[in-house]
Design a protein around this ligand. Sequence first.
Ligand SMILES: Cc1cc2nc3c(=O)[nH]c(=O)nc-3n(C[C@H](O)[C@H](O)[C@H](O)COP(=O)(O)OP(=O)(O)OC[C@H]3O[C@@H](n4cnc5c(N)ncnc54)[C@H](O)[C@@H]3O)c2cc1C
Length: 517
Amino acid sequence: MSDKSYHFDVIVVGGGHAALVAAISAWDSGASVALVTKGKAGLGGSSVISDGVYAAIFSEHDSSDIYYTDILKGGKGLSNPRLAKVLAEECTERVMELESVYGVELQFEKIVATPGHFYPRRVYAGKGIGKTVTKALRDAAIDKGITLFENYTVLDLISDGKQNYGVVAQKDNQIYEFIAPSTILATGGFGGLYTSTDNPRDITGEAIGMVWRHGIELIDMEFVQFYPYRLKSPANIDVMTKIFGKGAILRNEKQERFMERYPKKELETRDVLSYEMFQQKEVYLDFSNVSENDLEIDSPALFRLIKKGHEGKWIMSPVQHYCMGGIKVDEWGKTSLNGLYACGECTGGLHGANRLGGGSITEALVFGKRTGYAAAENKKEITLFNYTKTVSPTDIEVNRELEKEIYTKVREIMWEKAGIERTTQTLLQAKEELNQLAEETSSVRLKDKIRAAWASVYAASIRIESRGAHKLQNAASEKKEWEGNIEIHNKSARFIPAALDEGRRKKEQVAYENHQV
Ligand SMILES: Cc1cc2nc3c(=O)[nH]c(=O)nc-3n(C[C@H](O)[C@H](O)[C@H](O)COP(=O)(O)OP(=O)(O)OC[C@H]3O[C@@H](n4cnc5c(N)ncnc54)[C@H](O)[C@@H]3O)c2cc1C
């Protein structure tokens, strides 16, 4: 039995950028809204530690059509064109609202274009720290009267398979039900499932595993982005992209500039640069040609470190950064289950095989607003059926030590066998090892994390080519026949060619029966 039930028109799960925007949008559309999140709303998730870089159209000659083309090109032909069009068309209005509605100061980079963007589109909000924006959104949500349920972890959906009725959450050792005709998931990616990641600790992907457990469709799960501009030693910090437009370069252990042969050098897209870095024995940052003034303005964290007088090497190493794959949604955040919506990094399809810089927190603004609106429109009376509870108090009384041990193993498997470079063999091993680990725990939450990991490995094991962020050692090039998306649904996966219209897509899909976890 649950300890308490709450009823609202819209429940939003998550406390990052996408969740807060969706909650505010649903509220502004006339719904009563509860925001249910693991930590503190606006003070957790990747959003808070993001560099606060948005994308908008402000350069002379730039247009939403050009941005749209860049997104499709960056996604290696796999981005959902409808989602990409919405992002390109609505980004500017939404980004400008940060200043006009929330009072966050914006600055526009007019010279250096972010890798993959044809024109400069970078907009910095609040001195390059995501928290400036999420804190402003949190304050706005509280001012409006949105109810925040903080330190609640969502463990399950309340669903009869045709309609979703809310979620089950845990706080301390109690279970709570949140009932609503519309539920929005904005739970972020699954970056925490890798040993080496820049994502915060609360980003562990269990909600993605949870929806898959309920047979809701996932898409592009094999595409995981590794971020190249990351210093490993003397400290773990982001080295901002901009300094590579001002003279910074990367060298390998032989002191060679290994990106020399690429037209854009260190400003190639993240998938290309990360993979090249991965193939070097060691990678050093050389900022000797960057002026002190540029370092101070463009990469303040690095500048502060330099000022401390470090005399050794400046070692760089790519880390897991972003998940392109996730829950499949339409332009209004609708998933394959009625009453269930999703937005932000937990969704897939928009960025295809590789995301361009600035696209994620902009996506949170654009699709958060749309999803909140659509969820509020779905306002209706619901009669809660007598559902079978899949989470019982015994499921949450877990052996913490064992859970930690298993989780560490999951992260090692993902980093070593499904990381920057994969092979068909390492992926098959990873699938088996994850299956075994899932057997060793009774924790619903840990099993769902393993499901998310498994779904990513499963999709990666199907795609026998290298494309965007998916680098398969035994099939190093891109193949025309793999131009399409892998969707995972219930116990099977489907390959859906990208070039086909909706009707033909259904007929020509190829099914892979393989699901085990
Ligand atoms: C270091 C870093 C810098 C970045 N810089 C940029 C940038 O400058 N520009 C850009 O576009 N992108 C950037 N990104 C990516 C971007 O920050 C994220 O993709 C984006 O913030 C995701 O927002 P979100 O709201 O979807 O998820 P998140 O901000 O990750 O929030 C997810 C929320 O869901 C909660 N949650 C998760 N599971 C549950 C559960 N089971 N129950 C309850 N709550 C749950 C979490 O606690 C969290 O509050 C950066 C990422 C990192 C890590």
